[in-house]
Design a protein around this ligand. Structure first.
Ligand SMILES: CC(C)(COP(=O)(O)OP(=O)(O)OC[C@H]1O[C@@H](n2cnc3c(N)ncnc32)[C@H](O)[C@@H]1OP(=O)(O)O)[C@@H](O)C(=O)NCCC(=O)NCCS
Length: 158
């Protein structure tokens, strides 16, 4: 079975926060990027870089002392690129409440060879209906991004 999911968790520290104890958005984005990197680096078994991050909206404040649980799952794989769904939950360790959703985003990661050129990756195995739906949605976004880039290049060359 392919390894296409990974979870990392981290307790938020004062050096990651503003003066009121709110964790900087960039700190959370860094954890998300690391999680997307790790899952795709392991999948591709070669270097990977972030090519795109879709919309990010922070639904919950994250405070010093909170546990951030970040999970990443590869939803779609093209020839050299992978789309990863990254989800962040936050748990207040002073309470008995379960973790709550804080934000999520899709990251596109591209595998690179030793010459930093896009490198081919294994096809993604689909194991159930849910993964089939995620794959189809990922493919639709991949094609839309490709068309958008194509049109941007065309407009630049006009
Ligand atoms: C991402 C990067 C490797 C793409 O290189 P490129 O020569 O444009 O590659 P290609 O056009 O052949 O595209 C390669 C794959 O990446 C995908 N891709 C490229 N740019 C993309 C973008 N902006 N959004 C989504 N997917 C993208 C393509 O769809 C293609 O996927 P496929 O092989 O599965 O069909 C290159 O733009 C790069 O190195 N960017 C900087 C990455 C980086 O440093 N990130 C860290 C931020 S500091």
């Amino acid at each position: 079975m392919q390894e296409k999911e990974l979870i990392i968790s981290e307790i938020m520290m004062p050096n990651q926060a503003n003066v009121e104890g709110n964790i900087h958005g960039g700190e959370i984005m860094k954890i998300m990027d690391s999680c997307a990197y790790a899952v795709t680096r392991r999948y591709a078994r070669t270097n990977v870089v972030t090519a795109r991050v879709d919309e990010l909206q922070f639904h919950q404040p994250i405070k010093v002392g909170d546990l951030v649980i970040c999970s990443a799952k590869i939803a779609f794989a093209g020839k050299t690129s992978m789309e990863v769904y990254v989800d962040v939950q936050v748990e207040d360790l002073r309470s008995h409440m379960p973790p709550i959703p804080a934000l999520s985003a899709y990251f596109t990661m591209v595998a690179l060879d030793r010459n930093s050129k896009p490198a081919h990756i294994p096809p993604l195995e689909i194991n159930n209906e849910e993964e089939q739906v995620e794959f189809a949605a990922g493919k639709a976004r991949y094609e839309a991004y490709k068309n958008k880039r194509h049109n941007e290049v065309k407009n630049t060359n006009k």
